[in-house]
Design a protein around this ligand. Structure first.
Ligand code: CP
Ligand code: NVA
Length: 338
C-alpha cells in the first residue's frame, strides 16, 4: 500500500496482529464489543442492526477449527453479511494457484478475507496482494483474535489494569506470542512460564520489550511464575502442525499443568483462562477447568462479540466511528450534568 494512500486514510485495514494498533484503538474496540454483546442479548432478532448488509467474507481454513469458524460465520450472519468457508487444501492455496492470485481473485468477489494458515508469511502475502481487509484467524506465529477476546473478557469484568499479572503457563506458541504483542501496546504485567527451549518467538519478544510499555518476563519455574497472579492462562502443549512432537512434549510439559496446587499459589481471586480446545489431565486439570475460578467459556463466547466488533470496524468504519462519536458526546454531556 503506498504511503500517499495511507496518508489520505484510503489504505485498507487489516488485522494481522496488534503491532499497528495503539492502546486507545484497542479500548475503543472493547467498548464497541460491549455494545455489540449487549445489543445481541437485548434483541436476539438479527433484523434491526445489519452493518455488514450486502458484504461477503471469504474464510480460508488450512487447519482445523471449531470456535473460530463458528464465531466468525455466525457473527457475519448476525451482522447481515454472508460468509463463505473455504478449505485451504481444496482451493490449493499456493499449490493449485499462487497465493497472490488467490488474494487478488477473492478481492474481486468479497469484502474481506479471514484466514487460518500455517506460515505467517502467507497471510502477509495475502494482505499485500488483496485489496480488501485481511484478518488473521491463527497462524503458526500468532492468534490475535483469540487474545483480543481474552483481554476483552478481563476488561468487561473490570479486571484489566496496568498492574494486572497475567501468567501464561505452557508453550511459547502462537497464542503466547499474541499476548506478548499485546503487551507491546497495552500496559500490563505478562509472565510466560515455559520449559527451556519452548520460549516464544524472539523477534516478537524483542519488539514488545523495545516498546517498553509492559513488564514482560519469561520464567521456567511455574510456581515462581504464578505467585500473586491475577490470571492463569494456558493452551495446548502441542499446537496444530506439531503433532509428531506430542509424546516428547507430554513428558517435558508435565510440570506445567494448571491444577489446584498451582492455582493455590496465585491470588485467591485469580481467574483461569484457556483458549480451547483443552485437554483435561494435560495442560489443565479437570477440577480447575470446570471449577469456580474458570472463565474459559465466557472467553470462548467473547470470540463472537469481539470479532463482530472487529468486522464492523474493518468493513463499515462510518458506522463504527458514528458509535464512538455518539458515545463520547453522551459521556461528555453526562460529565457536564454531573
Ligand atoms: N481457540 C480457537 O481458536 O479455537 P478453534 O481452533 O476451535 O477455532
Ligand atoms: N496453540 C494452539 C491454539 C489453538 C486455538 C494451536 O495453534 O493449535
Amino acid at each position: 500500500m503506498d504511503a500517499a494512500k495511507i496518508k489520505q486514510g484510503l489504505a485498507k485495514r487489516d488485522f494481522l496482529g496488534f503491532t499497528h494498533l495503539d492502546a486507545a484503538k484497542i479500548i475503543e474496540l472493547f467498548d464497541y464489543s460491549l455494545f455489540i454483546k449487549k445489543q445481541r442479548k437485548e434483541s436476539p432478532s438479527v433484523s434491526g442492526f445489519l452493518p455488514l448488509r450486502d458484504k461477503t467474507v471469504a474464510m480460508i481454513f488450512s487447519k482445523p477449527s471449531l470456535r473460530t469458524r463458528v464465531s466468525f460465520e455466525l457473527g457475519i450472519h448476525e451482522l447481515g453479511g454472508y460468509a463463505i468457508s473455504l478449505d485451504g487444501q481444496s482451493i490449493g492455496l499456493g499449490s493449485r494457484e499462487s497465493v497472490e492470485d488467490v488474494a487478488r481473485l477473492l478481492s474481486r468477489y468479497n469484502d474481506a478475507i479471514v484466514a487460518r494458515l500455517h506460515e505467517h508469511a502467507v497471510i502477509e502475502e495475502i494482505a499485500e496482494h488483496a485489496s480488501i481487509p485481511v484478518v488473521n484467524a491463527l497462524t503458526d506465529l500468532s492468534h490475535p483474535c483469540q487474545v483480543l477476546a481474552d483481554a476483552f473478557t478481563l476488561y468487561e469484568r473490570s479486571l484489566w489494569h496496568e498492574t494486572v499479572k497475567v501468567v501464561f503457563v505452557g508453550d511459547g506458541n502462537n497464542v503466547a506470542n499474541s499476548w506478548i504483542e499485546l503487551a507491546g501496546v497495552l500496559p500490563f504485567h505478562f509472565v510466560l512460564a515455559c520449559p527451556e527451549g519452548y520460549t516464544p518467538d524472539h523477534k516478537v519478544l524483542d519488539a514488545a520489550r523495545e516498546k517498553g510499555i509492559s513488564r514482560i518476563e519469561i520464567l521456567h519455574d511455574p510456581v515462581e511464575a504464578v505467585t500473586d497472579a491475577d490470571v492463569l492462562y494456558t493452551d495446548v502443549w502441542t499446537s496444530m502442525g506439531r503433532e509428531e512432537e506430542k509424546e516428547e512434549r507430554l513428558k517435558i510439559f508435565s510440570p506445567f499443568q494448571i491444577n489446584s496446587t498451582l492455582l493455590a499459589k496465585a491470588k485467591p481471586a485469580a481467574v483461569v483462562m484457556h483458549c480451547m480446545p483443552a485437554h483435561r489431565g494435560q495442560e489443565i486439570s479437570a477440577e480447575v477447568m470446570d471449577g469456580p475460578q474458570s472463565i474459559i467459556l465466557d472467553e470462548a463466547e467473547n470470540r463472537l462479540h469481539v470479532q463482530k466488533a472487529l468486522l464492523v470496524k474493518l468493513l463499515n468504519h462510518d458506522q463504527y466511528r458514528k458509535f464512538h462519536l455518539t458515545h463520547r458526546l453522551r459521556n461528555a454531556s453526562r460529565k457536564i450534568k454531573a
